[in-house]
Design a protein around this ligand. Structure first.
Ligand code: ADP
Length: 468
């Protein structure tokens, strides 16, 4: 409503100005001898209008037109001439005021933008169309440390000065640098660029975008560099820790496990009490569970750091499960697991070690959250280039409230918190399945049991030979 009123006012003003322009032209072309030449009064008018608010100039314009309309019904008289004169002053003044207002606004915006760029903690560099540096803020000056001459160099010539390298510490080719890519119209996000400043190595995350005019013409590029050196150091420390956990902590555990298994066999051979054999068995199971938890922690760190590299190959699910169950007897109640996988199921495109981890986590849960005597079934079916595998149990089930959260990290359903666990197993299973391009989900009813299913693509050479 208010906007409409403003619009109406400007329209009125525009019509008045149009009328005024007419008067001005009449003034110049038809009665030049009666008016003062425009030049002498235009300059003082421009100066005074620059200082006056546009509304006041508009009011003068309107007043002058009113004069002129009144005078128009008479022969040229001094009043008529005065009104023409006032109308011209008003028009010139209005245009000057509008111009000055715009100029002041643009100057204020430019100053605001300039101080924003200057006070930014991250480095900002603005490049011209040919890759020359037009503007850089103090943070960029500190980070790049380019001299005046180096700034004027073309993009490729400037590279040796900053010694830019990739994350893998290989020199970045001139055409692959963020500004070069942005000047080709690309938008770059979070590219890791390693810079060298004397003795110092600076890790940065670079983003770049082309700068285009409203009609799409490329004007240059803007690059921001965020210093991630601290973050990189922390990541390196974390990697060292993960390496230590996965190696130094698991090595003694493997020794404990091996010795306990040996002890178990010896005790069995000696025909001692079953209670003693069970004790040795408990050590094996404990060591294997601890190993599994460490593996989950290590795997989750790798997944979150984006360091997981899958080694995919055509994998036969049946063979994989047979192997896993063979190795797990004594650790898992494998006798409760029934595998129902058709012999002609096509191989899947998967990393067998990671798929084994998913199965271990799902089977351990299915056995853990169901009663001793109940069966756990593994089923698989191939459809449209995907194999859907399900692990089904008749256990405690999961409430509607918990079901949407069980794949979250560290989430444990209220009813099952007394049972041993970290709340990492399903989270890792989800991350691993998603890394394979698949999907994982659960269906469950409290007190009736659960069905965990996941999809994995069929290996490419076997597409089209799916079975249902
Ligand atoms: P945890 O180490 O606690 O088993 P998971 O990530 O493997 O962690 O599972 C998360 C939670 O999901 C479990 O704490 C449990 O509450 C629930 N859950 C997982 N599998 C089952 C299942 N087969 N039956 C019932 N609840 C389950």
């Amino acid at each position: 409503m208010r906007q409409e009123r403003t619009y109406g006012r400007w329209m009125m003003l525009f019509l008045l100005v149009l009328l005024d322009v007419g008067v001005f032209l009449v003034d110049i072309y038809f009665i030049p001898e009666n008016v003062l030449p425009p030049a002498p009064y235009v300059i003082p008018v421009l100066i005074s209008a620059y200082l006056l608010p546009p509304s006041l100039v508009a009011a003068i314009t309107a007043l002058s037109i009113a004069f002129q309309l009144t005078a128009a019904s008479f022969h040229p008289t001094p009043l008529w001439l005065v009104s023409l004169y006032a109308a011209s002053i008003g028009l010139v003044g209005f245009l000057a005021a509008a111009l000055s207002h715009r100029t002041r606004r643009e100057a204020a915006t430019a100053a605001q933008l300039d101080s924003t760029i200057t006070s930014m903690a991250d480095a900002v560099v603005i490049y011209g169309r040919d890759g020359e540096i037009l503007r850089m803020n103090p943070a960029a000056e500190r980070m790049l440390g380019l001299s005046e001459e180096e700034r004027r160099l073309p993009l490729a010539g400037r590279l040796p000065a900053v010694q830019a390298e990739t994350e893998e510490r290989k020199p970045i080719e001139p055409e692959d640098t963020p500004p070069a890519r942005a000047l080709r119209g690309e938008t770059v996000r979070g590219m890791v660029v390693v810079l060298h400043r004397g003795e110092r190595t600076i890790w940065t995350s670079a983003s770049a975008s082309p700068i285009c005019s409203p009609d799409g013409t490329l004007l240059g590029a803007v690059v921001t560099l965020v210093d991630i050196t601290k973050r990189h150091e922390l990541e390196e420390q974390r990697d060292d820790l993960v390496r230590a956990i996965s190696h130094d902590l698991r090595n003694p555990l493997t020794a404990v496990q091996g010795q306990a298994q040996l002890l178990q066999r010896l005790l069995r051979g000696m025909g001692v009490e079953e209670r003693m054999v069970r004790s040795a068995e408990a050590i094996t199971i404990g060591a294997q569970r601890m190993n599994a938890m460490i593996l989950d922690l290590v795997e989750s760190t790798r997944l979150e750091a984006g360091q997981l590299r899958l080694t995919k190959r055509p994998t036969n699910l049946r063979a994989l499960l047979d192997g896993l169950l063979d190795r797990s007897s004594g650790v898992m109640e494998v006798e409760r697991i029934r595998v129902q996988i058709p012999a002609d199921l096509p191989p899947v495109d998967a990393d067998p070690d990671r798929l084994e981890r998913v199965f271990t986590n799902l089977l351990t849960n299915a056995l853990k959250y169901s009663s001793k005597g109940s069966e756990v079934v593994v089923e698989a079916v191939a459809t449209d280039g995907w194999v859907t595998t399900s692990v089904v149990d008749r256990g405690v089930g999961i409430s509607e409230e918990d079901l949407p959260h069980i794949f979250e990290r560290f989430y444990r359903a209220k009813g099952t918190r007394k049972t041993e666990g970290l709340g990492m197993g399903l989270y890792i299973a989800r991350m691993l399945i998603e890394a394979h391009g698949g999907r994982i989900w659960a269906e469950s009813h409290e007190g009736e049991g659960s069905r965990f299913s996941f999809t994995i693509p069929v290996a490419v050479s076997n597409r089209g030979t799916d079975t249902d």
